[in-house]
Design a protein around this ligand. Sequence first.
Ligand SMILES: [Fe+2]
Ligand SMILES: [Fe+2]
Length: 180
Amino acid sequence: MKQGAFLSDIQTLRRRAREHIAQGAVTSGYHADRETVLRLLNEALATEIICVLRYKRHYFMAKGIHAEGVAAEFLEHATDEQQHADQIAARITQLGGEPDFSPEGLTTRSHAEYVEGDTLEDMIREDLVAERIAIDSYREMIAYLADNDSTTRRLMEEILAKEEEHADDLANIIEDLGRH
Ligand SMILES: [Fe+2]
Ligand SMILES: [Fe+2]
């Protein structure tokens, strides 16, 4: 970059782009610590997978106790979490990493927990706790990424917004149940 110039000149951009072609989307202008970003993304992936599994379990169990409205909400969340897992896995490969889908150690990599819950209220409460854990850890991740990897940051911001929606849905359901 020329002194005082904010943007790299075209020649420099073209030269750098050709230098490490095999690295795909990762150019020499990528400023984040790739290894750390990949580790964080794999933890987020594990978190999403655990959330899919927990919501699926809750969906089938709630159906069994004829709580159809709540069951439908669980299923919707499970589908969203699956989509998040896929988006995160895709970003991991874009960054030249490997998405970790191994069941071995999944619960340890995940920030959120897999709790079955005995009653409908238990399930909803556990889901809300898991969402709140995801919200906090994604928020930290976003702060860490800052301007060093804006694509990953934007992805995590989108996912964070969805988790906040999920937490809000669950809080509303708890309130509704309390009224009846
Ligand atoms: Fe999610
Ligand atoms: Fe969620």
